[in-house]
Design a protein around this ligand. Structure first.
Ligand code: G6P
Ligand code: ZN
Length: 541
C-alpha cells in the first residue's frame, strides 16, 4: 500500500449531484485522488466495506475507475462490484447497490453535461439505500477535501474489466458484472412485458435516442431484444467517450433530431430519449411533446396499469419548481403529495420511510422506489405499459388527462453561462424585494405570495433554506427563479413558469403563448434579460 502526501485542492464542493468539473480539472495531479479519499473519509472509512462502481462511459471513465479501485483496495474495502468496462447507468448502479446490499457506490458521470477531454466529468457517492449522499454526508466529504494531507492507493497494473467474473486486487475482491442484466430483470418484474411485446408485434413503432451515451446497450437489450421493437428503434446506441459530440440532455433543444423525427411526416408512434448516465427521460408523441411535469402526472394517474404498481401508490412527490399537475392527480386519488427542493436526493427519505413510491422533477427526471435514482428507461417502459393497456395514442392520453385534471401550462427558460456576479446580485436583489411584492399588480395580475423556498424534511427534520424564489399570483399562476446547482462554468439562471387552465376550450394553446404574461411579469420583477444582456433563453423546455 502506498500513502501519498497531498494538499487540499480548492473547489471540491459537491453540487446538486456530486462533484462535476471540466475533465481536465479532474485529470490534474491528485484531484481525483483527493476527492475519492475524501469520499471514503467522509463516510467513516472504507475498511471492510463493499461498493458498486461504474460510470456513463465518458472520457476518463476507464482511467478513473482504475484509480478508484486501487484506492478502494488501499483503504481496506473488501469487495467492489463493477460494471463491465466500468460502465453502469446511474439507475442500474442504484439497483446493484440495493440488490447486493453494498455499503454504497461510486458513480462516474456528469449526467447530461457533454463529455470529452474538454468537456465535463463527475464523481458522486450513493449510499447503501442506493440514493445520492445527503447533504450532511457531502458536507463531511467537502470538509475533508479542505484538510486532506494524504491518500491511500495501491501500486498495481490495470484490472481487466472487460470480462464478466471475479478477480482480485491487493486482497480486495472485484466482481465484474454485465451492466444490463440485473437491471433488465428488475424491469421485467415491474412492467407487463407481454402487453408491450404484443403492441410492438402489432406494428407499434418507437424511436429511442440514446444520444451516444450509456442507455444504448440498455435500450437495445430491453426494447429490441426482449420486447421486440423493430431493429434500429434505438438510435445513437453506441456509448462513445465524447457522446459523438452530442449534448446528451433529453430536452427539445438538445434532442432536436428526435424532435424533428416526431414532428415529421413519418413519425413513429412514440419517441423517447435519455441522458448521459440514463436517469433522465423525454417523452414525445407524433406532433406532441409531453412536458416532464405532465409526464409525472400521467404516470401517477395510470401507474396501477403496470404490475409493479397494481396495488396503488403510497404517495407522490415532486420538486418545488415542477408543476402542480401531479398534485391535482394526487388530490383526486386521495394520495399524499410532497414538495421538495430540486435534487433527487431529497426524495430518498420519503421513499425510505414508505411515504411515496413515485417521484418526478421538471428537469426530465421521473422514477419510483424500485431504485433511489430517477430512471429514464423505467419512465419510458411505464409509458409503453400505459399505451399498451389503454390502446390510445400519446396525444389521446394527454387530452384525456387534461379533461380530467385541467392543464398546468408549463415551461422552463434557462439563461446559461451567465457571469456569476450578475446572477448572484440578481438573486440578492430579488430576495430583498420579496416582501414588498405581495399585493402589487404586475402585468395585470396581483401577486398573492412571494418567498424564498425552504424545505423542512418531514422524516429527519433537516432544513434546507434558499431553494428558489417563488412569486405566486392570484389564480394559481407562478414563476420560480433559482440558480442551477449542476453547471460547471458560470451560472445558469432557471426561470420556471406555470399557470393553471381549467377551461377545455383553452387546452390547445402553445405553452409560450399561454404563459406570455408571466414571462413578462418575471422580467419586470427580476430583469433577467436586462441584467444578462440576453434577448431570450438559451434553452426552453
Ligand atoms: C440533476 C439532479 C436533479 C436536478 C437536476 C437539475 O439531474 O439529479 O435532481 O433536478 O440536476 O438541477 P439544477 O440544479 O441544475 O437545476
Ligand atoms: Zn443524468
Amino acid at each position: 500500500m502506498n500513502t501519498v502526501a497531498t494538499t487540499p485542492i480548492d473547489g471540491q464542493k459537491p453540487g446538486t449531484s456530486g462533484l462535476r468539473k471540466k475533465t481536465r480539472v479532474f485529470m490534474q495531479p491528485h484531484f481525483l485522488e483527493n476527492f475519492v479519499q475524501s469520499i471514503f473519509d467522509g463516510i467513516g472509512g472504507a475498511r471492510g466495506k463493499t461498493f458498486v462502481l461504474g460510470g456513463d462511459g465518458r472520457f476518463f471513465n476507464k482511467r478513473a475507475a482504475q484509480v478508484i479501485l486501487r484506492m478502494a483496495a488501499a483503504n481496506g474495502a473488501t469487495h467492489v462490484i463493477v460494471g463491465r468496462d466500468a460502465l453502469l447507468s446511474t439507475p442500474a448502479a442504484s439497483h446493484l447497490i440495493r440488490l447486493n446490499k453494498t455499503d454504497g457506490g461510486i458513480i462516474m458521470s456528469a449526467s447530461h453535461n457533454p463529455g470529452g477531454e474538454d468537456e465535463d466529468f463527475g464523481v458522486k457517492f450513493n449510499m447503501a439505500n442506493g440514493g445520492p449522499a445527503p447533504e450532511y454526508v457531502t458536507n463531511a466529504m467537502f470538509e475533508r477535501t479542505r484538510t486532506i494531507q494524504e491518500y491511500h492507493i495501491v501500486e498495481a497494473q490495470n484490472v481487466d474489466l472487460s470480462t464478466v467474473g471475479d478477480t482480485e486486487l491487493a486482497g480486495m475482491k472485484i466482481t465484474v458484472v454485465d451492466p444490463v442484466a440485473d437491471y433488465a430483470a428488475l424491469m421485467e418484474t415491474l412492467f407487463d412485458f407481454d402487453a408491450i411485446r404484443a403492441m410492438f408485434a402489432g406494428g407499434f413503432r418507437i424511436q429511442f435516442d440514446a444520444m451516444c451515451a450509456i442507455t444504448g446497450p440498455y435500450g437495445q437489450e430491453i426494447l429490441e431484444n426482449r420486447l421486440g421493437a423493430a431493429p434500429g428503434s434505438v438510435v445513437h446506441g453506441t456509448p462513445l467517450p465524447d457522446f459523438g459530440g452530442m449534448h446528451p440532455d433529453p430536452n427539445p433543444t438538445w434532442a432536436h433530431e428526435l424532435m424533428d423525427t416526431m414532428n415529421g411526416p413519418d413519425a413513429p408512434d412514440f419517441g423517447a430519449a435519455s441522458d448521459g448516465d440514463g436517469d433522465r427521460n423525454m417523452v414525445v408523441g407524433p406532433n406532441i411533446y409531453v412536458s416532464p411535469s405532465d409526464s409525472l402526472a400521467v404516470l401517477a394517474a395510470n401507474a396501477h396499469l403496470a404490475k409493479g404498481y397494481a396495488a396503488g401508490l403510497k404517495g407522490v412527490a415532486r420538486s418545488m419548481p415542477t408543476s402542480a399537475a401531479v398534485d391535482r392527480v394526487a388530490e383526486k386519488m386521495g394520495l399524499a403529495c410532497f414538495e421538495t427542493p430540486t435534487g433527487w436526493k431529497f426524495f430518498g427519505n420519503l421513499m425510505d420511510d414508505g411515504r411515496v413510491s413515485l417521484c418526478g422533477e421538471e428537469s426530465f427526471g421521473t422514477g419510483s422506489d424500485h431504485v433511489r435514482e430517477k430512471d429514464g428507461l423505467w419512465a419510458i417502459l411505464m409509458w409503453l405499459n400505459i399505451l399498451a393497456k389503454r390502446q390510445m395514442s400519446v396525444a389521446e392520453i394527454m387530452r384525456d388527462h387534461w379533461q380530467s385534471y385541467g392543464r398546468n401550462y408549463y415551461s422552463r427558460h434557462d439563461y446559461e453561462a451567465v457571469d456569476s456576479d450578475i446572477a448572484n446580485t440578481m438573486m440578492d436583489d430579488l430576495r430583498s424585494k420579496l416582501d414588498g411584492l405581495v399585493g402589487q399588480t404586475i402585468q395585470g395580475h396581483r401577486v398573492s405570495e412571494a418567498d424564498d423556498y425552504a424545505y423542512h424534511d418531514p422524516v429527519d427534520g433537516s432544513v434546507s433554506a434558499q431553494q428558489g424564489i417563488r412569486v405566486l399570483f392570484d389564480g394559481g399562476a407562478r414563476f420560480v427563479i433559482r440558480l442551477s446547482g449542476t453547471g460547471t462554468s458560470g451560472a445558469t439562471i432557471r426561470l420556471y413558469l406555470e399557470s393553471l387552465e381549467t377551461d377545455p376550450a383553452n387546452f390547445d394553446q402553445d405553452p409560450q403563448d399561454a404563459l406570455r404574461w408571466i414571462i413578462l411579469a418575471a422580467e419586470d420583477i427580476a430583469g433577467i434579460r436586462a441584467r444578462t444582456g440576453k434577448s431570450g433563453p438559451d434553452v426552453t423546455t
